[in-house]
Write a protein that binds this ligand. Sequence first.
Ligand SMILES: [Zn+2]
Length: 344
Amino acid sequence: MRARPDHQETSPTNSAASFSRRQFLQSSAATLGAMAVLSPFSTTEGSSLVNSAIPVIDTHQHLWDLNRFTLPWMQGPAKEILGKDFLLPEYREATSQVPIAQTVYMEVNVAADQQTAEAEYVFDLCERDDNQMTGAVIGGSPQSGEFKSYVEQFMGNEFFKGVRTVLHDADRKPGTCLKPQFIENMKLLGEHDKSYDLCMRPAEVGDAAELVGKCPDTRFILDHCGNMPVTKLNTQLHDDWKAGLKAMAAHPNSVCKISGIVATAEESGWKPADLAPVVNECMDTFGEDRIFFGGDWPVCTLRASYQEWYSALVEITQDRSESFKRKLFCENAQKFYRLPKVNA
Ligand SMILES: [Zn+2]
């Protein structure tokens, strides 16, 4: 069994450690400056496009250690690609050509009885000075009466930014997010200034919009462009999704995460232009102040390397203004998830 040095130390908690963490983020910023000088670069795979001077906040960083956590959803063909450990060394390698400034951990839908352990694991990573993780969105079950005591145990932790539940699992029926218990728990998050990431079937974005409207003091993120597949020409689904997007965007307490959809592209030969209609629909519906980038690595590797997904989005947005791109790749996420300032 190979060693996993990134998991073996306990977290430093004193102020010296947080100072060295700041130094780490600053040295990352210096590295970004160096990348700007070296860019544009090309890779052996995919496009060579890069927004050389724009630091990137990856708002959707998954990591998993299969010895530590059970991922009940990991079945079928996806398991061949995703059924191994994905940890910080692999993330660093996958993003070596992307100017990552900070990351937000995104929960990985572990077995429900492991949610607390997952949260503790990532808060520990956030405290350490060997990575760029500055916040975490932890798993949680707001459909349950135990949600309140579960989240309240973490309220004092500065790295706790929000909660997500994958709502498209087979045992989570349409309408789950509109149950009274669920709505009450969303309001609880808002009272504590925590956000909620909505990850659901594209036809149910309209339900999510209704939830967002019922909880005006809670900040919501629609993950993965509402999970609209980029290849299926299903008109009814497309219309439902589009109406849902519009309904959600009408509520100012919602934003859209531009992520995930590359995993639905054609298995071979997909082009950035294939992703553009879904991406542009989201960007134009929510507007430039309410969108931000997410890597969704390693799930993106079902179709694309991290670099390919990032480059595709750079290409899709190449005619947008400089300030639009800064908001998309960095500034909006920093504000929305309450992250440290990016000095680059
Ligand atoms: Zn994901």
